[in-house]
Design a protein around this ligand. Structure first.
Ligand code: SAH
Length: 216
């Protein structure tokens, strides 16, 4: 995609974010680094928080939700090994930032958000920024988005106690799914699942803290 906002007053802040928060912490996947250099994170946070958009922390986006820390977005993106030709599902659109980062790399992103105003706001922002390869659905992401599946990668950005079975069903052979698992309010584990010959291979990645996966 041709970035509409690649040249802006936050360009240096974005470069510094990629260098010091992301590369220095071990992220090496070049398409992920390029996407993080391109997406205007400041436009995905509330206006009064824009000066803080490139800091090494999650930020509130209203409705008791947060935009994840830049490193976590880069880590999750790199983990599903995104590349051209892929179709990815995200559960928890939130600000839309993670979806935009993925949309820079893969062919299409389908993102489900349960809080209607957040989903609508993200969809409007994708339109404004020219992300024509991201679609948002308002609803409970537990069901995934069967009409568009199966997916080559699935990224869940809210913490569930277990992996919603429909998401497993909608994961392609050799597809990767990443999800924080654990109780809300406590430390959770970021878990990666690969579907290989119909079987699931599960790996625990790192301790994390995400907002809870809620049900309708
Ligand atoms: N990926 C987002 C992070 C948002 S925080 C970003 O880049 O900004 C997680 C989001 O998951 C919240 O917006 C929350 O409303 C949403 N969420 C929680 N449970 C959900 C569910 N069952 N289905 C869809 N979205 C859900």
């Amino acid at each position: 995609m041709t970035p509409l906002y690649a040249q802006d007053k936050f360009k240096t802040a974005r470069e510094n974010m990629v260098k010091h928060q992301i590369m220095d912490q071990g992220i090496t996947h070049s398409a992920t680094l390029d996407a993080m250099r391109t997406v205007p994170r400041h436009l995905f946070v509330p206006e009064d928080l824009r000066p803080h958009a490139y800091r090494d922390m999650p930020l509130p986006i209203g409705h008791e939700q947060t935009i994840s820390q830049p490193y976590m977005v880069a880590y999750m993106t790199q983990s599903i090994e995104p590349k051209k030709g892929m179709k990815v599902l995200e559960i928890g659109t939130g600000s839309g930032y993670q979806a935009a980062v993925l949309a820079e790399i893969v062919d299409s992103v389908f993102s489900v958000e349960i809080v209607e105003p957040l989903g609508k706001q993200a969809a409007a922002l994708f339109k404004k920024l020219g992300y024509t390869n991201v679609e948002v659905r308002i609803g409970d992401g537990f069901a995934g988005w069967p009409e568009h599946g199966p997916f080559d990668g699935i990224v869940v950005t809210a913490a569930a106690e277990e992996i919603p079975p429909p998401l497993i069903d909608q994961l392609n052979e050799n597809g990767l799914l990443i999800i924080p698992l654990g109780k809300p309010g406590s430390v959770q584990t970021l878990v990666m699942v690969k579907k290989e010959k119909g079987k699931l291979i599960r790996k625990n990645l790192l301790p994390v803290r995400f907002v809870p996966f809620v049900r309708e």
